[in-house]
Design a protein around this ligand. Structure first.
Ligand code: FES
Length: 68
C-alpha cells in the first residue's frame, strides 16, 4: 500500500514520510534531502510539514503506558 500522495512532483506519500521518520528524519530539511519532497513547485510544503509533524509527534509517544 502506497498511501496518499503528499508531493506529486516527487511521488512522496504519507507512508514515505512516516517511514523516513522511523528511519531517523527529524526535520523538514532532512526529509527534503532524503525524498526530494517540496523541492519542485512547492505546492505540497504545508501538507508535507503537517504530515512530518504528525509523524514526529507519534514517534515521541512512549512505547507503552503504565497502568496505575
Ligand atoms: S507537489 Fe511537491 S514539489 Fe510539487
Amino acid at each position: 500500500m502506497r498511501g496518499m500522495y503528499i508531493c506529486l512532483c516527487n511521488a512522496v506519500t504519507d507512508h514515505d514520510i512516516r517511514r523516513e521518520v522511523a528511519d531517523g528524519v527529524r526535520s523538514f530539511g532532512e526529509l527534503q534531502a532524503r525524498t526530494g519532497c517540496s523541492d519542485c513547485c512547492g505546492c505540497c510544503e504545508s501538507e508535507a510539514r503537517a504530515c512530518l509533524s504528525q509523524a514526529l509527534e507519534q514517534t515521541a509517544l512512549p512505547a507503552f503506558v503504565a497502568v496505575a
